[in-house]
Each structure stands twice: as C-alpha cells, then as structure tokens.
Ligand binder design. Structure first.
Ligand code: ZN
Length: 387
C-alpha cells in the first residue's frame, strides 16, 4: 500500500530540498516523480541545457483536451546572510505559521498541487488535471518556456492555467512584463582635447539614457489605457540601474556599459518596446559612425518576462472566482510565469496561498490557515469542476 501524504507532509519533504536557484533541483524532482509514480501517475521531465535541473509535468484523467494546469516553481531564493531563527530547510510550525524557505514562495502551492493530482487520480476525474513544476523562476522565469513547449507536445492541451504564486488565494488577472538589456557602447579613444576626432562612449551612451528619461516623462503625461490604469505607475517605465565606463578624465571613453530595462504594461508588448530601443540605438550609432566608422552599440538581452494581461471573459478567471468566491480586482507588481502560459494561448490567472510580503524574507512563513484554504480550493476544483 502506497503512503497517502497530506499537503503538510508533502510540504515538509519539498522544503527539505535546498533548491536555491543556483543549485540543482534534481533530488526534489526525483522525490516528486517517485511519489507520483507510486500512485500510478507517469511524469515527463524537461532538463536544463547542462542537465543539472529539471522541470516536471504530469497528467491525470482522460486523454482529452480542456483540462486544468496547476503551475508552480521549485526553486527558492538564497538564505545567505539572512538572520533565520530556525533551520530554513526544515518546516517548523509555531503559532499557526509554517516557517521555512519556500513555504510561501511557493512550495506550499506545489505541495497542494501534488496532493490534488494524487486525489484526482485516486477519485477519478472526467476532465484532466495537470501539473507543471519549473526551475529558475527566481532568476528570470524563462525556463518555463521550454517546459510549456514540452507539455504541449506530450500532453493533451489544457484550457486553464492556475499559477499559484502567493496571492492570499485572491484572483490576480494582470501583472506587468519586462525586458532588460546590457548596452555596450563601443567608442573611440583620443585625448580629450581632440574630442571632435574621438567617439566618447559615455557621452553617446548618455543620449540613450536621456531617451529613457524622455520615455518616462512622455508616458507619465499620457492618458493610460484601461489595462494600464490598473497599475502603479500606470505606464511602461524605462530604467537604467548600473553604468560603467571610461579610464581617465582626459581620454574620450572607449567603452560604456549600462543596463537598461523596461517594465511594460501588459497591453504594450516587450517586442514593441525593444523595437523602439533598437530604432534609437540605430540613430545614435549612425551619429557615432559618421565620426569613426568602426564604432558601434551592442545590445544583449539579459531578462525577458511576458506581462499577464486581463482576459475578456477569461475561462481561468471565471473558474477561480467560482472556487474562491473572490470577486475583487487584483493586479500585482511582481512578475510570474503566467504571462508565458498566456502567450502560449492558455487562459491564465495567478492564485495561490500565502502573502507575497513573506516571500524572500528571513523566517519566511505560510500560515496554516492559508494552506487549509488552498486545500479547500483544490478539493472544490476536483469535486465541482473536474469530476
Ligand atoms: Zn515565486
């Protein structure tokens, strides 16, 4: 007889694997796969390029389309330098709270999803339930893209995705997207007294940074769309957070490198903002090359996250509202994997246990009440939607 674990039992197991994003998550994936297979559920894996990490997907129920996907990430942020009062990789229950790294973000939801999958298998469902567990969410969300591709290749396509990031079980229908670049301005060094024959990478880079300032001013003055109006600020922001360049006060700088990012409202695409940046880069580069032809500006994308746009009559939103009874309008300022699922034409919302304020903190916790609320949600999903 195979053991039947409670969400709390599963959470204890998941937290015991220190799946910090920079390290392997394979021991956790092995454990989850072992548990699901022991209940007759077969799993697929999507490996990272170096083979040290894997995402996992599984399907329960009839071999038909139209099911529900429960999506979570398995990685957690580091605990280095944080003043924890208990071992971060052991769940400790105290005063109605479950302490441990990832309890809130988001192994609590992962545990509920694994529990629900086994329940769905045990009780039988007429509509499929699927699970998608990713890695590297905390370092960019991009690894969920190949996971989604493999799922759509190997499993019947589901219609609804619930991404269980901490939302206190509220229905979150939108968040901003983002894309970031390392901008390397490659100028030409001369003595600064001969500035007209040199190309100062810092001073040409400054034109792009001033363009970012102008974007913000223009966007802030414009009337926001209905979708944009959900956010604070209600516009796409352009930002430069790091800059390096130059070697001496009397030399035109040969190199200037800075990091520029957009946080776009979800009805404006990442691609459209990248195209605007590239047009401005081409303009500045042409000016540089008219002085010294071998100068250039190189862009390297360092981060990409699709926004989650509110859906008109979205199936995921309707489903989650029916199960939670929550009719409030919620958007969040953090990014999730939800935008990538939506981009792959799944109806998608974010809804999960716990408060994002506890995520990434020392003494991170998930309240027992939130875990219980999450379990009730899964119970209703199986009984009222899938059976
Ligand atoms: Zn998270």
């Amino acid at each position: 007889m195979t053991a039947l674990l409670s969400p709390r039992d599963i959470l204890d197991q998941l937290v015991s694997f220190p799946t910090v994003s920079r390290d392997t998550n394979l021991p956790l994936i092995d454990w989850v796969e072992g548990y699901l297979t022991s209940h007759g559920i077969s799993c697929g894996r999507q490996y990272s390029a170096d083979g040290t990490k894997a995402g996992l997907y599984a399907h329960v129920g009839p071999d038909v389309t139209g099911g529900v996907v429960l999506s979570g990430h398995t990685d957690v942020v580091p605990v280095d330098g944080q003043p924890w009062t208990s071992d971060p990789f052991t769940v400790v229950e105290k005063d109605g709270k479950l302490y441990g790294r990832g309890t809130c973000d988001m192994k609590g939801f992962d545990a509920l999803a694994i529990w629900a999958l086994v329940e769905a298998q045990r009780l039988g469902v007429s509509r499929p339930l699927q699970i998608a567990l990713s890695y590297d969410e905390e370092v960019g969300c991009e690894e969920v893209v190949p996971l989604i591709e493999q799922m759509t290749q190997h499993l019947p396509k589901a219609s609804v995705v619930i991404v269980g990031e901490p939302s206190m079980m509220k229905t979150v229908t939108a968040h901003k997207g983002g894309r970031a670049f390392r901008v390397h301005v490659k100028g030409f060094e001369v003595h600064s007294s001969l500035i007209h024959t040199g190309v100062n990478a810092i001073m040409f880079g400054a034109k792009l940074i001033e363009w970012a300032n102008q974007n913000n001013a223009t966007a802030a003055a414009a009337t926001p769309s209905d979708t944009a109006a959900l956010f604070v600020p209600p516009w796409t922001s352009t930002h430069v957070g790091v800059i390096k360049g130059g070697t001496a006060g009397n030399i035109t700088a040969k190199d200037c490198v800075f990091e520029l990012d957009f946080r776009n409202v979800p009805d404006e695409s990442n691609d459209e903002w990248e195209a605007r940046l590239r047009a401005k880069v081409a303009e500045v580069e042409a000016e540089m090359q008219s002085i010294v032809p071998e100068t250039s500006i190189e862009l390297t994308q360092t981060f990409d996250l699709n926004g989650l746009a509110p859906e008109e009559n979205g199936a995921a939103e309707a489903l989650v509202r029916r199960l939670t009874g929550d009719n409030s309008e919620n958007v969040v300022s953090y990014g999730t994997e939800a935008g990538h699922f939506q981009n792959a034409s799944y109806s998608t919302v974010v809804c999960g246990p716990g408060d994002i304020a506890q995520a990434h903190q020392p003494d991170e916790f998930l309240s027992v009440a939130q875990l219980t609320a999450g379990q009730a949600f899964m119970r209703k999903l199986i009984d009222e939607v899938l059976s």
